[in-house]
Design a protein around this ligand. Sequence first.
Ligand code: C5P
Length: 225
Amino acid sequence: MSDPEVVAVIAIDGPSGSGKGTLAVRVAAALGWHLLDSGALYRIVGAMAVRRGIDLADEAAVAAMAGALAISFESGRISADGLDLTDEIRTEDTGVHASEVAALPAVRSAVFDLQRSFRKPPGLVADGRDMGTVVFPDAGLKIFLDASAEERAERRYKQLKNKGLSVSLPGLLAQIQERDARDRGRAIAPLKPAPDALVIDSTSMSIEKVFDMVMDAARERGLGS
Ligand code: C5P
């Protein structure tokens, strides 16, 4: 078995709606690498805590629950303790609950090892907030994908509209700003670029352009070839 520490990692961090999820899926597919959607883990913890009536501010109780969850990502479905949560965890409310539990240090340490276990040959593309700063500080390429809050709210608005959901743009913007403030301002693993990250502002850039930039940067670093 190869040493997981030498398996290459591309870390993609950034705020919600920056396009990092889509980017990570495309980069992993292009390279034939594994994918870690770390936000989904925090979303599962938030959703399961709410389902079980656990107070989201009760750090010890949420962390104990998180550490005991059997989480599976299989064939595009995400489940915990045998419960399919694929659709439930994508709601705006679950995003807010995820960011509340993600601010608790004991919860972050409960999901730390699980995140690291995704590092398997031939490589891993890890998407989140602290992939390059905390979880995989030795990643061969670190991307920090940003975009203005207005642009991110607009993108999310279009996505939800296309799904036939009725949403308010000012409401989405307020939610994004609230989540940003909590993610950037928290004491543990705050959302910020690693010092050696390639920072890309995607506000007026297509996903194709961002993808090309990232694949060029990966090639320059000898990743995935
Ligand atoms: O990326 P996504 O929007 O699914 O993440 C949901 C929430 O989970 C974020 O707002 C953030 O608070 C938290 N998160 C985190 N660290 C990560 C990934 C997500 O704190 N690596």
